[in-house]
Design a protein around this ligand. Structure first.
Ligand code: DC
Length: 230
């Protein structure tokens, strides 16, 4: 990982964007990656794929050893703008609320996180990477060149998730989404391994009142400032 000498620019800079669910970090990370021509890692998708795989194999989400075994040999691929699991297009399936809920549960198991660590780091390839998740800046890429912790109020995030679901023709209930979101935030921030928290050197970006374009621009500005300072 980022082990270049201070005198040479790193050939594969990493930008990390962490934050709670529905904070918009995935959309922002993808656009920042496109703007800079870098690779993109949606680490949450790996936890969602692990949960889906466990559900398909009828493995209990609390069975740490068995779920970790599935995670370490996950037959997953990201290609043609789609997500594949064992040759099946699961792009939509992994976005289901039940799978997100399952992902949050398996993500609390230390052996599962360990099983996915090397896989996530392997995405750091030239010309560089934008990675989004919960622990990108704290655990997976601690020496990333630029780190952002992107958040928004629970109300704003529930509204965004509600709009996404309605736009897809899926019925949704806003108060129930707020309750689910707060439960997931609590699980993600209170777990003992790699809890959701800002890296000490992360830029804190509250996007409650910001649109996607200005959030993307704020991350790009931070990255350019960090590059200029190094
Ligand atoms: O970002 P997301 O909603 O797709 O993530 C799904 C779950 O996976 C989330 O509830 C917490 C977990 N996760 C994690 O623990 N660490 C990451 N780096 C990414 C996601």
């Amino acid at each position: 990982m980022n082990a270049a000498s201070p005198l040479t620019p790193h050939p594969s800079p990493v930008i990390t964007i962490d934050g709670p669910s529905a904070s918009g970090k995935g959309t922002v990370a993808e656009r920042v990656a496109a703007a800079l021509g870098l690779h993109f890692l949606d680490s949450g998708a790996l936890y969602r794929l692990t949960a889906l795989s466990a559900m398909q194999h009828r493995v209990a989400l609390t069975d740490e050893a068995s779920v970790a075994a599935l995670a370490s040999a996950l037959p997953a691929e990201f290609r043609e703008g789609a997500v594949w699991l064992a040759g099946q297009d699961v792009t939509e399936a992994i976005r289901a609320e039940a799978v997100g809920e399952g992902a949050s549960k398996v993500a609390a198991l230390p052996a599962v996180r360990e099983a996915l660590l090397a896989r996530q780091r392997a995405y750091c390839q030239p010309p560089g990477l934008v990675a989004d998740g919960r622990d990108m800046g704290t655990v997976v890429f601690p020496d990333a060149v630029a780190k952002v912790f992107l958040t928004a109020s629970a109300g704003a995030r529930a509204q965004r998730r509600y709009k996404q679901l309605i736009d897809k023709g899926i019925s949704a209930n806003l108060p129930a989404l707020v309750v689910d979101m707060e439960a997931r935030d609590a699980r993600d921030t209170q777990r003992s391994v790699a809890p959701l928290k800002p890296a000490p050197d992360a830029l804190l970006l509250d996007t409650t009142e910001m649109d996607i374009e200005s959030s993307v621009q704020a991350v790009l500005d931070h990255y350019h400032n960090r590059i200029a300072a190094n």
